[in-house]
Structure formats: C-alpha cells, structure tokens
Write a protein that binds this ligand. Structure first.
Ligand code: HEM
Length: 156
C-alpha cells in the first residue's frame, strides 16, 4: 500500500473525491465508522498534535463524536452531521472549523500519519483503504493555513 503524501502548495487548487459507498460498507457503516474514528483519535491523543485538541475528556469526546458523524455523512451514510452545518456547504464548513487553529504542513503530515496507522489496523481490501486515504491526503491540504514566510529574492 502506497499511502503517499504529496506536499501542500499555497494557493494550489485541491481536487478530491469523497470516499466510496464500498468503503463505508467495508468499514462497517455507522458502528464500524465510530470504532474506527475512536481508534484514530486514540492515536492522535498520543501524537505530536495532541495539543491542538481539547485536553478535557468530555470536550475531547465531543470532538470524536462530531468527527465520527462527519465521516458517516461524508461516506454516504445517513445525514447525521447535517445540523452542525447550519445550512453551510459541507466542505466550506470544514475549512472554517480548521481556520480557528494554526495548522502548518507538519501538523497535516502528523495527522495523516495517525490516519495511516489507524487504517493499518483495519482488515479491509487495500484498494478501499486507498480510496479513503486519497480523500484524506487531498482534503487535508485545505486545512493547512500556516505557510513559511517566502524568502525575499536576492536578485530583484
Ligand atoms: C482530511 C482532513 C481532515 C478532516 C476531514 C477533518 C475533520 C474534522 C472534523 C469533522 C472535526 C470536528 C468539527 C466539528 O464538528 O466541530 C475536526 C476538528 C478538528 N480538527 Fe480536523 N480534520 C482534518 C484534518 C485536520 C488536520 C490536518 C488537523 C491538524 C492539526 C486537524 C485538527 C483539528 C482540530 C484542532 C479540530 C477541533 C478540535 C476542537 O473542536 O477543539 N484536522 N476535524
């Protein structure tokens, strides 16, 4: 399994497809997705980006639950995240949620590393894992909002 990570380039258009209905089925629909996302967040909790997330257990549990609902709806399951959106566009809303945090490329790479680890613990067709990975790998670029300062060009 490749699980490649390509760099985020500031201002570049990000193209992605939502994960497939086959992935949603293979993960085990609502219950399976909940187990998967909770194990993903257990890995996040031990990672270098744990400090981005609430340290208070109840608040962290709420993030896990919202995240689970997001992914259920994203992958074609019931629209359980709909009321969080308040009428906003699905992807637009996600970008806004992350704009409240300063996310550099390094944090994205760490997040994806946690996702790669969570996926490796799942028993599933590799092509379906890759389908889900491709969404995460691309979409995560839209959460990056901190870029290194451009170096001044010494010749002009
Ligand atoms: C494919 C990429 C990603 C997706 C789909 C995603 C999805 C989500 C979702 C659904 C939530 C919960 C929003 C809510 O309803 O309140 C959330 C919250 C959050 N995500 Fe992401 N995320 C992604 C990448 C990242 C990355 C790269 C970081 C880097 C640190 C990150 C950090 C956070 C933080 C800090 C929160 C909010 C925690 C809080 O509410 O205190 N996410 N994300």
């Amino acid at each position: 399994m490749a699980f490649k990570i390509t760099p985020t380039i500031e201002g570049e258009k990000v193209e992605y497809e939502n994960p497939s209905a086959e992935f949603y089925k293979a993960i085990g629909e609502e219950e399976g997705m909940r187990n998967f996302m909770y194990s993903f967040y257990d890995i996040i909790y031990k990672s270098d980006i744990h400090n981005f997330f609430p340290q208070d257990k109840e608040a962290f549990d709420l993030v896990k639950e919202k995240n689970t609902k997001f992914f259920i709806q994203l992958c074609g399951g019931p629209k359980v995240y709909e009321k969080e959106l308040g009428g906003m566009d699905f992807d637009e809303y996600m970008i806004r949620v992350h704009d409240d945090f300063s996310i550099p490329e390094k944090a994205r790479t760490e997040w994806l590393g946690c996702m790669r680890e969570a996926l490796s613990d799942v028993d599933m067709d590799e092509a379906l894992k890759e389908n889900f990975w491709n969404y995460c790998e691309q979409f995560s670029k839209l959460t990056v909002n901190q870029f290194p300062d451009k170096k001044p060009n010494p010749y002009f």
